[in-house]
Design a protein around this ligand. Sequence first.
Ligand code: MN
Length: 321
Amino acid sequence: MNKILPLKDIRIIEVKSEIAAGTRGASLGIDALKIASLDLESDYFARFDSEEVENVNDILFDGYAHPHAKFIDGVLTMEERVCLQVSKVLKMNSFPIILAGDHSTAAGSISGIKNAHPDKKLGVVWIDAHADMHTPYTTPSGNMHGMPLAMVSNTDNMECKINDPRSETVDLWNQLKEVGGKGAKINLSDVVLISARDLEQPEEFLLKKHNITNFTTQQVREKGVEAIADETLALLDECDIVYVSFDVDSMDSKISVGTGTPVPNGLSVEEAKILNTRLIKDPKVVAWEMVEVNPTLDTENKMAENAFEILEATTNSLLGE
Ligand SMILES: [Mn+2]
Protein backbone atom coordinates (compact mmCIF):
# COMPACT_ATOMS: atom_id res chain seq x y z
CA MET A 1 0.00 0.00 0.00
CA ASN A 2 3.00 2.31 -0.14
CA LYS A 3 2.95 4.97 -2.79
CA ILE A 4 6.32 5.51 -4.30
CA LEU A 5 6.37 9.08 -5.47
CA PRO A 6 9.28 11.04 -6.80
CA LEU A 7 10.14 13.91 -4.44
CA LYS A 8 8.84 16.53 -6.82
CA ASP A 9 5.31 15.23 -6.48
CA ILE A 10 4.90 16.64 -2.98
CA ARG A 11 4.12 20.32 -2.79
CA ILE A 12 4.00 22.28 0.44
CA ILE A 13 1.30 24.93 0.75
CA GLU A 14 1.96 27.54 3.44
CA VAL A 15 -1.09 29.31 4.86
CA LYS A 16 0.05 31.88 7.42
CA SER A 17 -3.43 32.96 8.39
CA GLU A 18 -4.55 33.49 11.97
CA ILE A 19 -7.67 35.64 11.77
CA ALA A 20 -10.02 32.86 12.89
CA ALA A 21 -8.20 31.91 16.10
CA GLY A 22 -9.06 33.37 19.49
CA THR A 23 -5.39 33.78 20.45
CA ARG A 24 -2.84 35.57 18.28
CA GLY A 25 0.33 34.00 16.90
CA ALA A 26 -0.67 30.92 14.87
CA SER A 27 0.46 32.59 11.63
CA LEU A 28 4.03 32.31 12.97
CA GLY A 29 3.67 28.53 13.31
CA ILE A 30 4.98 27.79 9.83
CA ASP A 31 8.16 29.79 10.40
CA ALA A 32 8.51 28.11 13.79
CA LEU A 33 8.42 24.74 11.99
CA LYS A 34 11.19 25.96 9.68
CA ILE A 35 13.30 27.10 12.65
CA ALA A 36 12.70 23.70 14.25
CA SER A 37 13.89 21.96 11.07
CA LEU A 38 17.11 23.99 11.17
CA ASP A 39 17.69 23.30 14.86
CA LEU A 40 17.11 19.60 14.21
CA GLU A 41 19.51 19.81 11.23
CA SER A 42 16.96 18.60 8.69
CA ASP A 43 16.97 19.49 4.99
CA TYR A 44 13.17 19.09 4.86
CA PHE A 45 12.34 22.54 3.53
CA ALA A 46 14.98 22.25 0.80
CA ARG A 47 13.50 18.98 -0.44
CA PHE A 48 10.08 20.17 -1.57
CA ASP A 49 8.60 22.98 -3.61
CA SER A 50 6.64 25.34 -1.44
CA GLU A 51 4.11 28.04 -2.20
CA GLU A 52 2.60 30.55 0.20
CA VAL A 53 -1.04 31.60 0.02
CA GLU A 54 -1.26 35.35 0.60
CA ASN A 55 -2.95 36.17 3.92
CA VAL A 56 -5.19 39.03 5.11
CA ASN A 57 -3.96 39.17 8.73
CA ASP A 58 -3.82 42.98 8.60
CA ILE A 59 -7.60 43.09 9.02
CA LEU A 60 -6.99 42.15 12.67
CA PHE A 61 -5.87 45.72 13.34
CA ASP A 62 -9.32 47.03 12.44
CA GLY A 63 -11.23 44.87 14.94
CA TYR A 64 -14.10 42.56 14.09
CA ALA A 65 -17.55 43.53 12.81
CA HIS A 66 -19.30 40.17 13.16
CA PRO A 67 -19.41 38.99 16.81
CA HIS A 68 -20.75 35.51 15.99
CA ALA A 69 -18.28 34.96 13.11
CA LYS A 70 -15.26 37.16 13.75
CA PHE A 71 -13.46 38.39 10.62
CA ILE A 72 -15.78 36.31 8.43
CA ASP A 73 -15.11 38.53 5.39
CA GLY A 74 -11.38 37.74 5.70
CA VAL A 75 -12.13 34.08 6.34
CA LEU A 76 -14.10 33.98 3.07
CA THR A 77 -11.14 35.48 1.17
CA MET A 78 -8.76 32.94 2.72
CA GLU A 79 -11.02 29.94 2.02
CA GLU A 80 -11.23 30.99 -1.63
CA ARG A 81 -7.46 31.40 -1.94
CA VAL A 82 -6.63 28.11 -0.18
CA CYS A 83 -9.27 26.28 -2.21
CA LEU A 84 -7.74 27.55 -5.45
CA GLN A 85 -4.20 26.58 -4.46
CA VAL A 86 -5.07 23.09 -3.16
CA SER A 87 -7.17 22.38 -6.24
CA LYS A 88 -4.33 23.56 -8.50
CA VAL A 89 -1.76 21.30 -6.81
CA LEU A 90 -4.08 18.28 -7.01
CA LYS A 91 -4.81 18.93 -10.67
CA MET A 92 -1.03 18.82 -11.26
CA ASN A 93 -1.20 15.29 -9.79
CA SER A 94 0.88 16.44 -6.83
CA PHE A 95 0.25 15.68 -3.16
CA PRO A 96 -0.39 18.82 -1.10
CA ILE A 97 1.06 19.01 2.40
CA ILE A 98 -0.63 22.04 3.88
CA LEU A 99 0.97 23.88 6.79
CA ALA A 100 -1.51 26.37 8.20
CA GLY A 101 -2.05 28.69 11.11
CA ASP A 102 -5.59 28.68 12.45
CA HIS A 103 -7.71 25.64 11.53
CA SER A 104 -10.46 27.56 9.66
CA THR A 105 -8.55 27.42 6.38
CA ALA A 106 -8.91 23.61 6.39
CA ALA A 107 -12.36 24.34 4.96
CA GLY A 108 -10.54 25.85 1.97
CA SER A 109 -8.38 22.73 1.74
CA ILE A 110 -11.45 20.46 1.74
CA SER A 111 -13.22 22.66 -0.82
CA GLY A 112 -10.10 22.56 -3.00
CA ILE A 113 -9.98 18.76 -2.86
CA LYS A 114 -13.64 18.55 -3.81
CA ASN A 115 -13.09 21.09 -6.58
CA ALA A 116 -10.31 18.91 -8.05
CA HIS A 117 -12.32 15.69 -7.55
CA PRO A 118 -15.98 16.75 -7.96
CA ASP A 119 -17.24 13.23 -8.64
CA LYS A 120 -15.45 11.53 -5.76
CA LYS A 121 -16.84 10.93 -2.30
CA LEU A 122 -14.51 12.62 0.20
CA GLY A 123 -13.93 11.41 3.74
CA VAL A 124 -12.21 13.38 6.50
CA VAL A 125 -10.01 12.31 9.41
CA TRP A 126 -9.99 15.15 11.96
CA ILE A 127 -7.30 14.68 14.62
CA ASP A 128 -8.07 17.47 17.06
CA ALA A 129 -8.97 18.25 20.69
CA HIS A 130 -12.07 19.95 19.26
CA ALA A 131 -14.79 18.94 16.81
CA ASP A 132 -14.70 22.27 14.89
CA MET A 133 -18.38 21.96 13.89
CA HIS A 134 -19.75 25.19 15.29
CA THR A 135 -21.71 27.68 13.21
CA PRO A 136 -22.43 31.40 13.69
CA TYR A 137 -25.74 30.23 15.20
CA THR A 138 -24.14 28.00 17.86
CA THR A 139 -20.68 29.41 18.61
CA PRO A 140 -20.03 30.66 22.15
CA SER A 141 -16.87 32.58 21.03
CA GLY A 142 -17.36 33.69 17.42
CA ASN A 143 -13.89 32.29 16.59
CA MET A 144 -14.19 30.71 13.17
CA HIS A 145 -11.40 28.15 13.62
CA GLY A 146 -14.14 26.22 15.41
CA MET A 147 -16.33 26.12 12.27
CA PRO A 148 -14.53 24.56 9.26
CA LEU A 149 -16.38 21.22 9.31
CA ALA A 150 -19.73 23.04 9.40
CA MET A 151 -18.73 25.24 6.44
CA VAL A 152 -17.87 22.30 4.19
CA SER A 153 -20.85 20.16 5.19
CA ASN A 154 -23.40 22.92 4.65
CA THR A 155 -24.37 22.75 8.32
CA ASP A 156 -26.22 25.51 10.20
CA ASN A 157 -27.29 23.36 13.17
CA MET A 158 -30.43 25.45 13.78
CA GLU A 159 -31.63 22.80 16.25
CA CYS A 160 -28.98 24.13 18.67
CA LYS A 161 -29.26 27.83 17.82
CA ILE A 162 -28.21 30.22 20.62
CA ASN A 163 -27.10 33.26 18.57
CA ASP A 164 -28.93 35.57 16.22
CA PRO A 165 -26.29 36.65 13.66
CA ARG A 166 -27.00 39.75 11.56
CA SER A 167 -28.12 39.34 7.95
CA GLU A 168 -24.68 40.50 6.68
CA THR A 169 -23.06 37.72 8.71
CA VAL A 170 -25.55 35.14 7.43
CA ASP A 171 -24.94 36.27 3.86
CA LEU A 172 -21.15 35.79 4.21
CA TRP A 173 -21.68 32.44 5.98
CA ASN A 174 -23.79 31.22 3.08
CA GLN A 175 -21.10 32.36 0.64
CA LEU A 176 -18.49 30.39 2.63
CA LYS A 177 -20.50 27.22 2.12
CA GLU A 178 -20.28 27.72 -1.68
CA VAL A 179 -16.47 28.05 -1.91
CA GLY A 180 -15.12 25.55 -4.44
CA GLY A 181 -18.56 24.69 -5.79
CA LYS A 182 -22.23 24.54 -4.89
CA GLY A 183 -23.41 22.74 -1.80
CA ALA A 184 -21.82 20.35 0.69
CA LYS A 185 -18.30 19.09 -0.03
CA ILE A 186 -18.56 16.32 2.55
CA ASN A 187 -21.20 14.59 4.65
CA LEU A 188 -20.63 14.88 8.39
CA SER A 189 -21.25 11.11 8.50
CA ASP A 190 -18.00 10.78 6.52
CA VAL A 191 -15.93 12.43 9.27
CA VAL A 192 -13.95 10.50 11.88
CA LEU A 193 -12.68 12.42 14.90
CA ILE A 194 -9.64 11.30 16.85
CA SER A 195 -8.95 12.52 20.40
CA ALA A 196 -11.67 15.20 20.35
CA ARG A 197 -12.24 15.91 24.04
CA ASP A 198 -13.38 19.50 24.41
CA LEU A 199 -16.81 19.52 22.76
CA GLU A 200 -19.80 21.74 23.36
CA GLN A 201 -23.42 20.62 23.36
CA PRO A 202 -24.22 21.76 19.77
CA GLU A 203 -21.29 19.65 18.56
CA GLU A 204 -22.30 16.65 20.69
CA PHE A 205 -25.72 16.99 19.04
CA LEU A 206 -24.16 16.78 15.54
CA LEU A 207 -22.03 13.78 16.53
CA LYS A 208 -25.17 11.92 17.57
CA LYS A 209 -27.28 13.11 14.64
CA HIS A 210 -24.73 12.03 12.03
CA ASN A 211 -23.41 9.00 13.90
CA ILE A 212 -19.86 10.38 13.90
CA THR A 213 -17.17 8.26 15.52
CA ASN A 214 -14.85 10.01 17.95
CA PHE A 215 -11.96 7.78 19.01
CA THR A 216 -10.94 8.96 22.47
CA THR A 217 -7.33 9.08 23.62
CA GLN A 218 -8.16 6.22 25.98
CA GLN A 219 -9.43 4.10 23.08
CA VAL A 220 -6.27 4.90 21.13
CA ARG A 221 -4.24 3.54 24.09
CA GLU A 222 -6.44 0.51 24.70
CA LYS A 223 -6.71 -0.66 21.10
CA GLY A 224 -3.33 0.58 19.90
CA VAL A 225 -2.60 3.45 17.51
CA GLU A 226 -2.23 1.24 14.45
CA ALA A 227 -5.57 -0.45 15.09
CA ILE A 228 -7.29 2.95 15.47
CA ALA A 229 -5.76 4.15 12.19
CA ASP A 230 -7.02 1.02 10.44
CA GLU A 231 -10.49 1.29 12.02
CA THR A 232 -10.66 4.95 10.99
CA LEU A 233 -9.96 4.07 7.37
CA ALA A 234 -12.43 1.17 7.54
CA LEU A 235 -15.13 3.59 8.72
CA LEU A 236 -14.43 5.66 5.58
CA ASP A 237 -14.56 2.58 3.38
CA GLU A 238 -17.30 4.03 1.17
CA CYS A 239 -15.29 7.17 0.45
CA ASP A 240 -13.18 7.31 -2.70
CA ILE A 241 -10.62 9.74 -1.31
CA VAL A 242 -9.60 10.89 2.18
CA TYR A 243 -8.17 14.09 3.68
CA VAL A 244 -6.31 14.07 7.02
CA SER A 245 -6.31 17.21 9.19
CA PHE A 246 -3.89 17.20 12.13
CA ASP A 247 -4.43 19.96 14.71
CA VAL A 248 -1.47 19.91 17.10
CA ASP A 249 -3.84 20.54 20.02
CA SER A 250 -4.82 16.88 19.62
CA MET A 251 -1.63 16.29 21.57
CA ASP A 252 -1.63 16.58 25.33
CA SER A 253 -1.36 20.01 26.92
CA LYS A 254 1.62 18.75 28.94
CA ILE A 255 3.66 18.29 25.76
CA SER A 256 3.67 21.98 25.11
CA VAL A 257 1.75 25.13 25.66
CA GLY A 258 2.56 26.17 22.09
CA THR A 259 -0.95 26.11 20.67
CA GLY A 260 -3.95 28.41 21.14
CA THR A 261 -6.35 26.04 22.89
CA PRO A 262 -4.42 23.31 24.76
CA VAL A 263 -6.50 20.54 26.38
CA PRO A 264 -5.41 17.77 28.79
CA ASN A 265 -5.73 14.03 28.08
CA GLY A 266 -4.42 14.25 24.53
CA LEU A 267 -2.15 12.11 22.37
CA SER A 268 1.58 11.79 22.96
CA VAL A 269 4.00 12.90 20.25
CA GLU A 270 4.79 9.26 19.52
CA GLU A 271 1.10 8.33 19.23
CA ALA A 272 0.46 11.27 16.88
CA LYS A 273 3.45 10.26 14.81
CA ILE A 274 2.38 6.62 14.46
CA LEU A 275 -1.20 7.67 13.69
CA ASN A 276 -0.30 10.11 10.92
CA THR A 277 2.42 7.94 9.36
CA ARG A 278 0.00 5.01 9.21
CA LEU A 279 -2.94 7.01 7.83
CA ILE A 280 -0.94 8.69 5.08
CA LYS A 281 0.19 5.32 3.67
CA ASP A 282 -3.37 4.62 2.55
CA PRO A 283 -3.62 5.27 -1.21
CA LYS A 284 -6.97 7.00 -0.69
CA VAL A 285 -5.34 9.83 1.25
CA VAL A 286 -4.89 12.72 -1.20
CA ALA A 287 -3.89 15.58 1.11
CA TRP A 288 -2.52 16.09 4.65
CA GLU A 289 -2.58 19.20 6.79
CA MET A 290 -1.00 20.38 10.03
CA VAL A 291 -2.30 23.43 11.92
CA GLU A 292 -2.28 25.62 15.05
CA VAL A 293 1.39 25.69 16.07
CA ASN A 294 1.71 28.97 18.00
CA PRO A 295 5.29 29.84 19.00
CA THR A 296 4.24 33.01 20.86
CA LEU A 297 2.65 30.82 23.54
CA ASP A 298 5.55 28.37 23.65
CA THR A 299 8.81 27.92 25.51
CA GLU A 300 11.92 27.30 23.40
CA ASN A 301 9.87 26.33 20.32
CA LYS A 302 9.03 22.92 21.81
CA MET A 303 5.68 22.48 20.05
CA ALA A 304 7.17 23.30 16.65
CA GLU A 305 9.99 20.80 17.24
CA ASN A 306 7.53 18.07 18.17
CA ALA A 307 5.23 19.00 15.29
CA PHE A 308 8.15 19.10 12.86
CA GLU A 309 9.17 15.57 13.87
CA ILE A 310 5.64 14.42 13.03
CA LEU A 311 5.65 16.36 9.75
CA GLU A 312 8.94 14.83 8.62
CA ALA A 313 8.01 11.28 9.66
CA THR A 314 4.60 11.58 7.97
CA THR A 315 6.16 12.89 4.76
CA ASN A 316 8.75 10.11 4.75
CA SER A 317 5.99 7.58 5.28
CA LEU A 318 4.12 8.99 2.28
CA LEU A 319 7.27 8.58 0.21
CA GLY A 320 7.62 4.99 1.38
CA GLU A 321 10.86 5.77 3.22
MN1 MN B 1 -9.00 22.40 15.22
